[in-house]
Unconditional design. Structure first.
Length: 365
């Protein structure tokens, strides 16, 4: 098992930059997730680590070895693909052992490694079946088993769950997490699904247009996003972002959301905001709390009343939709009661849950 390090890693397709000067250290046994929208460079990064994509510039180290010029088979990494990449004419058992057979590993050693993988992944009853006789989840377990038998320094997962239905994705997330805990090895995992990223990762890298936007634990990137992009990408539903005016009146500073909704600026933000005319505020749906008891806005809470445009019951919660500054806002009502469209509801926001972003740069203030 080994650390993985990227130094100034760059990939260009002509004039198009897919990955730009990425610097990253991935310690042994870390579960690192690369997440971002399509075209952000996450899969390209993974394929460069695997040796499936030529690099334009920079260096890749696996352990202490520089692997830029090494073939994929010589890098001692195993990759699990989105489409499983199983041989259709081989049984599960044969698929698991094939890479070892090609590498001329002794037959007894192959049998031992295949047996271990079968036990880890619960494939005992499926060994004689061919891929066409397996479900999507079973095929993905076989694909992971092929990676396990190689005993690699690092596992590389390229959107492995995207072909599965919602129930199977949840099940496979659990299995992948358990696999990492059992094998105690380095995992680099690519996904566009922020739920997968949040539930699996020790650290998350959020990418956009070939650049790293933020690196941190799931809790860090959720609670302390560095900009509007991260704030709206991580979390479901996305964080509500509202354009506001900054108003000075009677020696006080106010945040004006719309003509009917104005809040007193938090004391700790006055110095940062007093010279600005506009600001973006971000509030997560779960932090906009419906309240049946009116309270006054103060230095701790903001309170306002709005008409409900839509209510979506989801069982344990109801999502409420209303307008602020002509923008649709989502609130979560836990332990929900029936809500009628057109009903007036009072909402409360704890000021320490409000995120402030520069109007021009969209970076956190």
């Amino acid at each position: 098992m080994a650390n993985v390090e990227l130094k100034n890693l760059t990939k260009k397709y002509g004039d198009v930059v897919a990955v730009q000067n990425m610097n990253l250290k991935i310690p042994h046994n870390e579960f690192l997730v690369l997440v971002g929208p399509s075209g952000c460079g996450k899969s390209t990064t993974l394929r460069m680590i695997a040796g499936l994509e030529e690099i334009t510039g920079g260096e890749i180290f696996i352990g202490k070895q520089l692997v830029n010029e090494k073939d994929p088979k010589d890098r001692n990494v195993s990759m699990v693909f989105q489409n499983y990449a199983l041989y259709p004419h081989m049984t599960v058992e044969e698929n698991l052992g094939f890479s070892l057979k090609i590498a001329k590993v002794e037959k007894k050693e192959i049998e031992q490694r295949v047996k271990e993988a079968v036990q880890i992944l619960g494939l005992e009853e499926l060994q004689k079946r061919k891929p066409s006789q397996l479900s999507g989840g079973q095929r993905q377990r076989v694909a992971m088993g092929r990676a396990i038998v190689r005993r690699p320094d690092a596992f590389l997962f390229d959107e492995p769950l995207s072909n599965l239905d919602a129930k199977l994705r949840t099940q496979m997330r659990t299995e992948i997490k358990k696999l990492h805990q059992n094998l105690k090895t380095t995992v680099i995992y690519v996904t566009h699904d922020q739920v997968e990223a949040m539930t699996l990762a020790d650290r998350i890298i959020i990418m956009k247009d070939g650049y790293i936007e933020q690196i941190g634990s799931p809790i860090e990137v959720f609670n302390k996003p560095v900009n509007v992009f991260v704030a709206t990408f991580i979390g479901s539903p996305p964080m509500n972002i509202i354009e506001c005016d900054i108003i000075k009146k009677d020696n006080n500073l106010f945040i004006q959301v719309d003509k009917n909704t104005t809040f007193l600026c938090p004391k700790e933000k006055i110095n940062s905001l007093e010279n600005l005319k506009k600001v973006l505020i971000g509030i997560r749906a779960e932090d906009i709390i419906p309240s049946d008891n009116a309270i006054t806005s103060n230095n701790t809470n903001w309170t306002f009343e709005k008409i409900i445009d839509l209510a979506e019951p989801l069982g344990t919660e109801t999502q409420l939709f209303f307008k602020l500054n002509n923008k649709e806002i989502i609130s979560r009502m836990y332990n929900p009661r029936p809500v009628n469209i057109g009903e007036n509801i009072i909402f409360q926001i704890a000021i320490n849950k409000v995120h402030f972003f520069n109007y021009e740069t969209e970076k956190t203030i």
